[in-house]
Design a protein around this ligand. Structure first.
Ligand code: GRG
Length: 300
């Protein structure tokens, strides 16, 4: 299976959740149509579906059931999409372009964009819990996976990283320790924990979970380093978002900390750390090898 194959499976399932409602008809027990439209606007705007595809690929690699894992993969994508909507808000990164489209708050207004993000976050957990309740025989595996996904998105993960990103920008803090905390939390945790969730879904041992987490850490930090590079060297058409903002806002990034050449060296170092983490899986891990190879030279 390729990244595109996994992404298509995720897209097909995402089309079924949350329910599409055409009108705002004040039916008690139904989601408002406005909420459905604003959530779907960002969910369907494209996006590489990297995180959910990696979860499914890890389940495949460990010999698990990807159909059983699909709702968890979709939950990861919904959480990621909520984070992008909130990150683009005027009170955060204040951006008007995302996934090649006007940002959610530009189209629906700030209040509704906050609620669309809240809705996606909640539906993510509803989706995983509904799956667990429908298959009680797998409850222990599902609970462990839900805990991983909550941790990755949570106060020591993505939210924690985002908080320190905002704080450092406002307080003018620009040291490498802060950068490491921010990029680990904001970016790497949303790779580490979905991959660990895949291990939990398969009932795999801690050695496999740790190797996947090590890969997720190196991959996530490499992905962020290339994101920082592309903010300087990429094109808006490829990236689908406004570029050049990091330097303009004095943001703490790999470029501000290590320079262009230093960041390229960091990418090379993280690339070998990612490959090293895969060694225990042999050629079953070729998907992950090819994926991290492709990230080194990515343009979008
Ligand atoms: C609002 C709690 C909260 C967190 C926001 C995701 C995030 C944290 C901020 C977005 C800004 C940013 C540069 C994050 C680093 C991770 C990153 C590069 C996200 C974009 O991910 P892609 O490239 O996006 O996978 P697509 O659109 O392809 O899904």
């Amino acid at each position: 299976m390729t990244l595109n194959d996994y992404a298509s499976r995720v897209n097909r399932r995402l089309n079924e959740i949350p329910a599409v409602i055409a009108d705002d008809r004040f039916e008690i027990g139904e989601m408002p149509g406005l909420l459905s439209r604003s959530m779907r606007y960002s969910l369907e705007a494209g996006g590489k579906r990297l995180r959910p595809s990696m979860l499914l690929a890890a389940v495949d690699m460990l010999g698990g059931d990807t159909t059983d894992a699909l709702d968890f993969a979709c939950a990861v994508e919904m959480i990621h999409t909520y984070s992008l909507i909130h990150d683009d808000l005027p009170g955060m990164d204040d951006d008007t372009l995302r996934r090649g489209r006007p940002t959610n708050h530009v189209v629906f207004g700030v209040g509704q964009a906050i609620l669309a993000g809240d809705g996606l976050l909640n539906v993510a957990f509803e989706t995983m819990l509904n799956h667990a309740c429908a298959h009680p025989e797998g409850a222990t595996r599902y609970l462990a996976a839900i805990r991983e996904i909550a941790t990755g998105a949570g106060v020591t993960g993505m939210i924690g990283g985002q908080v320190m990103d905002l704080h450092c920008e406002r307080a003018g803090i620009a040291d490498e320790r802060a950068l490491a905390y921010i990029q680990y939390g904001k970016t790497a945790c949303m790779f580490i924990h979905p991959l660990r969730a895949a291990a939990m879904l398969c009932g795999a041992g801690e050695d496999d979970a740790k190797a996947l987490a090590d890969y997720g850490r190196a991959f996530g930090l490499l992905f962020q380093a290339t994101d920082d590079l592309l903010d300087v060297t990429g094109t808006q058409a490829d990236m689908g978002k406004t570029l050049g903002k990091d330097a303009e806002s004095g943001k703490l990034t790999c470029i501000s900390a290590y320079g262009l050449e230093g960041t390229r060296a960091r990418v090379a170092q993280l690339h070998s750390e990612a490959l090293e983490a895969l060694s225990r899986f042999g050629d079953r891990a070729d998907f992950f090898r090819e994926l991290v190879d492709a990230m080194v030279d990515r343009t979008k």
